[in-house]
Write a new protein. Structure first.
Length: 98
């Protein structure tokens, strides 16, 4: 298991990466349902599917922002694992070995 110091450094790095990815959009980009080139951003909101029109010139930005959301989810999962390891190591230090 990594040392407490190593875990704390990982935590700091991941927390900074999370902060760096807070410009995001949730959803999937689609072009269905139109006879011409048009795009939508679709996401579930309170159990209902919501669709937003994406202006054609905004498509590259929306793609980057939805990619940031996918990266953010991955970073949060990694941060969860590090937080658990930190918790168990700190508890071990306070109460002796498990």
């Amino acid at each position: 298991m990594p040392s407490l110091q190593t875990l704390e450094l990982r935590h700091q790095r991941l927390a900074q990466q999370v902060a760096d990815h807070l410009d995001f959009l949730i959803g999937s980009i689609s072009s269905k349902g139109f006879a011409y080139a048009a795009y939508n951003l679709t996401a579930k909101v309170d159990g209902k599917t919501k669709t937003r029109h994406i202006p054609k010139d905004m498509l590259p930005l929306v793609r980057r922002l939805t990619a940031r959301y996918r990266k953010l989810k991955s970073l949060i999962r990694q941060l969860d694992q590090v937080n658990w390891q930190l918790l168990t190591q700190r508890a071990s230090l306070q109460h002796g070995a498990f």
